[in-house]
Design a protein around this ligand. Structure first.
Ligand SMILES: Nc1ncnc2c1ncn2[C@@H]1O[C@H](COP(=O)(O)OP(=O)(O)OP(=O)(O)O)[C@@H](O)[C@H]1O
Length: 885
């Protein structure tokens, strides 16, 4: 080890100088001064590494023999020093195999060799041979030695009285470094120190400038970014400059604030499809020990992939990154104001905090803008979509229209399916299934059908919650399963995550509930759609009600037509005999009141005519009289015909039906052929008459009634009671005011006026002019027994008109047996009414070739319904053998 000193212990320098020597010394001193001055002045001009290298290479090497120089810098953070500047042009060690290793190594400060340099007051030299094998000696000593270098001169570079690095000068010359050289180096070390520190400063300034202009470029590029794709391109471009081979991922915090999803990325580092798909489609929980730390840190963080894998071995994305060759990665939060938006993860080994923060600030703004833009676009799309939907829905008139509109909107726009719409019934308590999508439950159709069939009430747990909620509820399928919600088992089969249930409301009124299964739905859209659907359902209900009214009106219209026909045909009741006079009196007595009337009399005596006359003379005449023929209906339909039914009340009840009783509210109900009413219907009729209110079959609602009853029968109801076929209590209720119509044969005085009346009526309708009827015919008519009463007379006249010639009725057809009987009045008069009726029906059946009902049948000839004829035949004991002789 040699220290540089002008009065060193060297024998040469200690000898007494002669004049010559003195002169030489002065000369040398002068030369040294000049070199020093020149080098000092050159050193002040040094701006960068290159200037300094040139100075070593050209200036110093031009003056002294050395092989090469190196400047190393101390890093106090890890107490090491590392190469900073190399003048290695002529360096013999460049060909050494460890050269690169040496250039990039960090050598520890706490070893004897460098410590002795640090403690030396001046540049100090070493013979490599002496020190390279010392334990802890830095390996570069041996490397140099192996390439022929003999000696090293080390000088400490100082900055503000602290060592900042070292100047290493090497020589392969056996003589080593001259005293002059040592002295020169000692003289210029402060200048070299400040030159190095200037270079460092300049480099930092340059780097800062570069970073600034980098950020400026990035900022102007990112300012033009409007889309996710644009953002990906800009970030990719910028990061490429920092680490050309590294990728990046921006993850965005999900709406639930529990996880992050990939937003934009550059995963070009891998072409493995499995990895790509997994990374692109995953959702990453925030609290995974990495993401939450990044989000909570104001500065970028650097992670070692392997170390993090050991900490959280389950983190799949780390495993993938490892497979992609990412050893380290940096994570920085993206934040807009006080709100975290997401994180940026970079494939980087080293971080430049300032630069990354700058990049992230820009990315955050761009991301916030894009997200805001996306939100605006989404809102606009949703609004325009709602507008379209609302247009569609205004055209909706029927359930089918609505179903089409709803299914389209849910499927196309919201990618969800309707589970169910339930609508609150008129009673305000029950909810019925209104619309549903069975295809949603392909594997559990049975269970779903059962659910559809159930009429739940507004009190049902889930329905009550939904109806009470302001804007609906979201049931998480998994959670509901855990909570024991029975429906959730069915929901689960669809694989969808949530059941969205909203109240359907018009104004403040709940009209039902809507249930939709989906993974995620836009709250704004769902709310908008539900509002539209509510209105559409209310419209459909109003429409259905209107349809109901329309049907009712149509039915009323039929009655009106019938009534008009009746009034037109029978503007007056014909008959001025005493019997009819009595009937007129009774009509005028009872018409004004609400009293029930029972009209009795043989078939065809005009009972319906009397009933209409009572109604037309009553205060109820403005409304239509409603007629029910109790004999014309199958027993199974009588109740529904009279009292109506709700939709679904029994098999085949596809629509709600309004009963005749309800139809006759505030009017008159004419129950024709009341004697034919089955006993159970009689019981129900009695209850309605007593309570003056009814419930439709299958209905819960009680309907108050104000109906005037007129019943008619050709049966002897008292005998029917005795036979147990008619309820006595009902009879007493109906028979409040009895009117009996005598048979035509007991009011012969009415035959002629009735005949004339019918002649005029049919002459008018057939267009024939009938001037007269022969006295013989009239006599014949009066002599006949008229088992079919006025109806039979009317029928015979009609027939005769068709057969008449020259405007004169010369003959009239009277049934044969009856004609025979007529020849023997005694016989006729001795026969009971039933016998007469029986033989008349048999005769008619014979004439109609045994055809009982339908076109050209006996029922048609007799102008009675087929059912009535059947029951009469049964009652009178008429068998096939009687008319097929
Ligand atoms: N007094 C009358 N004046 C005019 N037409 C009459 C008279 N009586 C009955 N008619 C006519 O005779 C026909 C039968 O009358 P209506 O249907 O009223 O008899 P009904 O006693 O109700 O018969 P059924 O017991 O078979 O129901 C009808 O066309 C009716 O217009």
């Amino acid at each position: 080890m040699k220290e540089n000193s002008r009065d060193s212990k060297s024998g040469k320098k200690a000898a007494a100088p002669s004049d010559n020597v003195l002169l030489q010394t002065v000369e040398q001193y002068k030369r040294e001064r000049e070199i020093l001055l020149a080098l000092s002045s050159d050193l002040t001009k040094v701006r960068d590494k290159n200037d300094l290298i040139l100075l070593f290479k050209k200036r110093i090497k031009g003056l002294f023999y050395i092989s090469h120089t190196i400047v190393t810098l101390i890093d106090y953070k890890d107490a090491t020093y590392t190469p900073f500047l190399l003048d290695n042009d002529g360096s013999p060690i460049r060909s050494h195999q460890r050269y690169q290793e040496m250039v990039h190594s960090r050598f520890p400060l706490n070893e004897p060799f460098i410590q002795s340099v640090l403690h030396a007051a001046a540049p100090i030299s070493f013979l490599l041979e002496d020190i390279m094998n010392e334990p802890q000696s830095p390996p570069f000593l041996r490397v140099n030695y192996e390439k022929g270098v003999k000696e090293i001169l080390m000088a400490t570079l100082m900055k503000e009285e602290k060592a900042m690095g070292f100047l290493h000068v090497y020589t392969d010359k056996p003589g080593g470094f001259s005293t002059e050289f040592r002295s020169i180096i000692n003289g210029i070390i402060p200048q070299i120190s400040s030159a190095v520190s200037n270079i460092i400063k300049n480099e930092e300034l340059l780097k800062e400038e570069e970073e600034k202009s980098f950020l400026l470029d990035f900022s102007s590029e990112i300012a033009t970014v409007r889309t996710k794709e644009g953002l990906a391109r800009a970030v990719q471009g910028a990061l490429h400059k920092l680490n050309p081979s590294g990728g990046f991922v921006i993850r965005r915090i999900n709406e639930d604030k529990k996880a992050l999803s990939p937003y934009v990325h550059d995963l070009s580092k891998t072409h493995d499809k499995k990895i790509l798909t997994a990374l692109e489609n995953s959702v990453f929980p925030i609290n995974d020990g990495i993401q939450n730390r990044i989000l909570n840190s104001a500065i970028p963080m650097l992670f070692n992939t392997e170390r993090e894998i050991q900490r959280s071995p389950d983190s799949a994305y780390l495993q993938y990154w490892k497979q992609m060759g990412m050893e380290n990665f940096a994570g920085i939060r993206l934040r807009n104001g006080e709100t975290n938006l997401g994180i940026l993860l970079l494939d980087l080994d080293d971080i430049n905090v300032k630069l990354l923060k700058g990049i992230c600030a820009q990315v955050s703004i761009a991301m916030a803008n894009i997200m805001a833009n996306e939100q605006i676009t989404k809102t606009q799309e949703e609004q325009s979509f709602l507008l379209d939907f609302s247009k569609d829905i205004t055209r909706v008139r029927t359930r089918l229209d609505l179903q089409k509109a709803i299914f389209t909107v849910l499927d196309k726009t919201m990618h969800t399916q309707l589970a169910m719409i339930r609508v609150i019934d008129d009673d305000g308590i029950h909810l019925s299934s209104f619309m549903y999508d069975r295809s949603l439950f392909p594997n559990t159709k049975g269970t779903f059908d059962d659910m559809v069939a159930i009429r739940i009430t507004v009190e049902e747990t889930y329905t009550a919650q939904v109806l009470a909620s302001e804007e609906g509820l979201m049931f998480n399928v998994e959670e509901e399963l855990k909570n024991g919600n029975a429906y959730a088992t069915l929901w689960k089969t669809t694989g969808l995550k949530n059941m969205y249930a909203l109240p359907l409301r018009v104004g403040d009124k709940n009209i039902g509930t809507i249930w939709m299964l989906a993974n995620r739905l836009s709250p704004l859209l769902v709310k908008g759609i539900c509002a539209q659907i509510s209105i559409a359902i209310a419209n459909i209900q109003a429409n259905e009600q209107l349809d109901g009214y329309k049907k009712k009106l149509e039915v009323e219209n039929d009655y009106l037509k019938e009534q008009i026909k009746t009034i037109y045909n029978f503007s007056e009741i014909i008959g001025s005999g005493e019997a009819m006079q009595k009937v007129y009196r009774l009509i005028s007595l009872v018409a004004d009141s609400n009293t029930s009337v029972l009209v009795t009399g043989e078939t065809g005596t005009g009972k319906e005519l009397i009933a209409r006359a009572i109604h037309n003379a009553s205060p109820r005449k403005e409304k239509l009289m409603v007629k029910v023929n109790c004999a014309a209906l199958p027993a199974s339909l009588i109740e529904s015909e009279l009292f109506g039914h709700e939709r679904g009340a029994f098999t085949g009840a596809v629509d709600r039906r309004i009963g005749k009783f309800e139809l006759a509210n505030n009017s008159t109900l004419f129950l024709d052929e009341i004697g034919e009413l089955p006993l159970d219907a009689q019981a129900k009729l009695l209850r309605v008459i007593q309570e003056r209110e009814l419930e439709r079959i299958g209905g819960k609602q009680t309907i108050k009634l104000d109906v005037r009853l007129i019943a008619a029968t050709n049966r002897n109801l008292e005998e029917e009671i005795k036979a147990g076929r008619f309820r006595a209590d009902l009879y007493f209720r109906l028979n409040v005011f009895p009117i009996h119509l005598p048979p035509l044969r007991q009011r012969l005085e009415d035959i002629e006026p009735l005949t004339n009346f019918f002649i005029q009526k049919y002459a008018r309708s057939t267009g024939r002019k009938i001037r007269s009827i022969s006295p013989r015919v009239m006599h014949k008519l009066r002599s006949y027994t008229w088992p079919g009463n006025v109806r039979e007379l009317e029928h015979l006249v009609e027939r005769s008109i068709l057969l008449s010639e020259d405007g004169k009725i010369e003959d009239i057809y009277i049934p044969e047996n009856a004609a025979e009987d007529q020849q023997n009045p005694a016989l006729l008069l001795n026969r009971s009414l039933d016998e007469v009726e029986r033989s008349y029906i048999i005769e008619t059946l014979k004439r109609c070739a045994g055809k009982i009902s339908g076109a050209g049948s006996a029922a048609e000839v007799l102008k009675i319904p087929g059912n009535t004829l059947h029951s009469k035949m049964k009652k009178l004991g008429i068998y096939k053998s009687d008319y097929f002789s």
